[in-house]
Design a protein around this ligand. Structure first.
Ligand code: DAH
Length: 357
């Protein structure tokens, strides 16, 4: 073989091998290229090398020199490709890179609102005292919010300015009237009883007693509504916990024991509570309950022996059974326990406040 075709063969080898090494996309492809070109037994470089013996004697030094250059070139190309794949890392095939040294994202753990936590805890305490939880609607009629609770029509508590009356039912009736429809149809088609957002959870007392005969031992916790201007101790919506126990021979002593156990369970053994004579239409006698907070007494609810008129309104016989009832402000209790001085904090949704509970 003369020199020229031998050199041409080497040039072709350099070009092919360079392309193969540069385009190897992973370690397996690179290894296949290495075996094809640099393989010790059947590599293409080896094959060309074998042709060297057929080159004429005077061309041999030049051919041998070029062969060594080509060999070095192929090895360098292979090493470069190997380095390229190593620096790209093992995840080069697909997808984003994962860097295990990056700090993790902290999970923001949510929690229950302090009032929800309080409600859960109060339910638990009442449960241990033997009271089951009852529920009632927040939109009420006057029977359950007033009448059955011995609050008659002329009572100041029923003043429209003291309550959130809803005008829906009334509006519907009037629109029918303007179409000249007769009064009987209106009465049979529409419920014209005024509705209001309940102003107290005492409504649930009536709803439970209407449904079941005595004995009754229930608690009810939920929202109540009054058109009060918001200040540090008032809010137009707040929460009450109601308790009702009706059975034979229930006395004021039972009421005081239960309230005292309830208060010490939630506020701690060292809390002082006191009872003051008071008046509620649905209890006789009635008391207001105060708790000591620093050097002051703060009212946290009302209570008393269920008025015979209330028992009669739900079909109970006041000669047979007696009962006690109480209604307490949940925000007040929670504020006393946690030293919160402004009720509005509960409703601002400020995480700096909420995350303390
Ligand atoms: N319903 C009363 C209020 O909202 C609180 C209350 C007083 C509830 C005496 C009672 C009770 O059950 O016996 O002011």
């Amino acid at each position: 073989m003369s020199l020229a075709p031998f050199l041409a063969e080497l040039d072709g080898l350099v070009a092919d091998a360079g392309k193969a090494f540069a385009s190897a996309a992973d370690a397996a492809a690179l290894e296949a290229a290495r075996i094809e070109f640099l393989g010790a037994a059947k590599g293409r470089l080896k094959a060309v090398q074998k042709g060297l013996s057929t080159v004429s004697k005077e061309d041999k030094p030049a051919a041998g020199k070029r062969l060594n250059e080509v060999k070095a070139q192929l090895e360098a190309d292979f090493e470069a490709a190997k380095a390229r794949l190593a620096s790209a890392g093992p995840a080069t095939k697909t997808g984003p890179q994962f860097d295990p040294t990056l700090p993790g994202k902290p999970l923001r753990v949510g929690r229950l609102h302090p009032l929800s936590q309080t409600i859960d805890e109060l339910k638990d305490i009442m449960g241990r005292l033997g009271f089951t939880v009852a529920d009632g609607p927040e939109i009420e009629d006057e029977w359950h919010n007033f009448e059955a609770l011995n609050i008659p029509g002329e009572h100041p508590a029923r003043d429209p300015l003291e309550n959130f009356y809803l005008s829906v039912a009334q509006g519907q009736v009037e629109s029918r009237k303007s179409k000249d429809e007769g009064p009987d149809i209106r009465r049979s088609t529409f419920d014209v009883r005024p509705l209001l957002l309940r102003s107290q959870t005492s409504t649930v007392q009536i709803r439970v007693m209407e449904r079941q005969p005595p004995p009754v031992r229930i608690t009810s916790l939920g929202r109540v509504y009054r058109p009060d201007a918001a200040d540090a101790t008032h809010y137009p919506m707040f929460h009450q916990i109601e308790g009702l126990l009706v059975d034979r021979h229930v006395t004021m002593a039972d009421l005081k024991s239960v309230l005292r156990m309830f208060a010490t369970s939630y506020l701690g053994k060292d809390v002082h509570i006191r009872f003051r004579p008071s008046f509620f239409p649905f209890t006789e006698p009635s008391v207001e309950a105060d708790m000591q907070w620093s050097d002051r007494w703060i009212e946290f609810g009302g209570a008393g022996m269920v008025d015979p008129n209330v028992l009669r309104a739900v079909g109970y016989d006041p000669e047979e059974v007696s009962g006690f009832a109480f209604g307490l402000g949940i925000e007040r209790l929670c504020m006393r326990r946690h030293g919160i001085t402004d009720i509005r904090e509960f409703y601002k949704n400020d995480v700096r406040f909420l995350e303390q509970f």
